[in-house]
Design a protein around this ligand. Structure first.
Ligand SMILES: Cc1cc2nc3c(=O)[nH]c(=O)nc-3n(C[C@H](O)[C@H](O)[C@H](O)COP(=O)(O)OP(=O)(O)OC[C@H]3O[C@@H](n4cnc5c(N)ncnc54)[C@H](O)[C@@H]3O)c2cc1C
Length: 385
């Protein structure tokens, strides 16, 4: 129960950043309300590798056992040709060096584990229409007054738009789609190995999740940032000529597919008045960088820690601690495009060669340096006094 004189916080968005923010704020004595645009909690989604500082934040929240229980035991990364034959594989040693401490799990599972430990009310099917500093008008017409409003509504943040306008999204020239489906025989054939077929500017990958389920990821270059009206049709058009598992995957694209442009958010100031942004809303790094969930958890922790130290200047201190690492991770993400979606056959061959040589310490370290941004230590340092 919140204290009767508790300050009121509104968190917009029940994703990873929003739920983690609610978790930390309610434990600091805030009276928290979470609103989520989706009509129901978003489960499943795409697979993420969860590590780095967010992993440490999850440990401090006592959530690691629950996260471990949902881990998908991915053991290798394999590049295949259009008939599914192995072209190259990252060695076990290199995979372990890169993936040390990584928990691979569905985005929805991470959010679900945090949500299970959040006591504050979560109102689904509701968003914000007007924000006048602490006074908020919701989409259902109700109005509320808050001491703090946290925009945790993702890369296409409505809160950010209400505060600062529609700009600040940096398109990285690709569209991405991800979905899960059940196919026990394909799941047994592919196994807990991330297998991918890459042709210039296009990548299709899949892996077994658990209980006969599969997760698929499709990525392609597009000069247009605009999303297609029919994502399934767009994927069939883009990937229909590829062999391997492409026909099977394209025949089971579900209605609730995740489909989006790949972009980053670059915003000079993350707050205004009583309103502050957290997670992808202010610092999306993109799937190419692969640390967005970790940074979302960390941002929530740092924001709550700075608020606990005193509300005066808390947003500035929070941003000062987070922004450098977000910018570094974004730089890293842009460089990583060439690993995930190489632009030519030569580049695909060079990447595969690095995979084949990855058992050698020099190449292993090179790969580790290429796929891991330098994020550790920056965020979780003690607060500057
Ligand atoms: C394919 C893919 C692979 C990825 N792989 C990794 C990885 O390996 N490792 C990693 O760390 N990160 C990865 N990421 C990034 C990671 O998923 C995001 O950075 C992370 O989910 C950001 O969390 P968030 O809470 O800020 O935003 P989100 O997870 O997007 O959550 C935002 C929430 O706000 C809700 N919402 C949106 N608009 C409104 C509104 N107007 N009102 C109310 N609610 C609203 C949404 O429905 C959602 O529930 C990947 C991303 C993608 C797309």
């Amino acid at each position: 129960m919140p204290k009767s004189n508790a300050q009121r916080a509104l968190v917009v968005g029940a994703g990873i950043a929003g739920l983690a923010t609610a978790w930390w704020l309610e434990r600091a004595g805030w009276d928290v309300l979470v609103v989520e645009k989706a009509p129901a909690f978003r489960a499943g989604g795409y697979m993420i590798d969860f590590f780095g500082p967010g992993h440490e934040v999850a440990r401090r929240m006592g959530l690691l056992p629950a996260l471990e229980a949902r881990r998908a035991p991915i053991s290798s990364v394999t590049s295949v040709d259009s008939r599914g034959r192995r072209r190259a594989e990252i060695s076990t040693e290199a995979y372990e060096a890169v993936a040390d401490g990584v928990i691979s799990l569905l985005r929805g599972d991470l959010a679900d584990v945090v949500r299970d430990d959040v006591r504050s009310p979560i109102r689904c099917g509701v968003t914000v229409s007007v924000i006048d500093d602490g006074r908020v008008t919701f989409s259902d017409g109700s109005v509320g007054d808050f001491d703090l409003v946290v925009g945790a509504d993702g890369v296409h943040s409505r809160v950010r738009e209400l505060l600062f306008g529609p700009s600040f999204v940096r398109y990285l020239g690709h569209h991405v789609a991800a979905f899960s489906f059940r196919d026990p025989s394909l799941s047994a054939r592919i196994g807990y190995r991330y297998q991918m077929l890459t042709v210039p500017h296009r990548m299709i990958g899949c892996y077994a999740v658990r209980d006969g389920a599969m997760a698929a990821l499709l990525l392609y270059r597009s000069s247009s940032q605009a999303l297609p009206a029919d994502p399934a049709a767009a994927l069939r058009e883009r990937f229909g000529d590829l062999g391997w598992v492409a026909p099977s995957l394209l025949s089971v694209v579900p209605d609730d597919i995740y489909y989006d442009e790949v972009s980053q958010v670059d915003l000079p100031v993350w707050h205004r008045g009583k309103v502050v942004l957290v997670g992808d809303a202010c610092g999306a790094v993109s799937l190419f960088a692969g640390h967005g969930a970790s940074l979302a958890m960390t941002g929530a922790f740092v924001l709550a820690e700075e608020l606990a130290a005193g509300t005066d200047g808390a947003f500035e201190r929070y941003q000062a601690r987070m922004k450098l690492v977000v910018s570094r991770t974004q730089d890293f993400g842009r460089k990583f495009i060439g690993w995930m979606a190489p632009s030519s056959r030569l580049r695909i061959s060079l990447r595969d060669m690095a995979f084949r040589l990855s058992g050698r310490p020099v190449v292993r370290n090179l790969i580790r340096g290429s796929v891991m941004p330098d994020v550790d230590g920056v965020l979780l340092r003690q607060r500057a006094s």
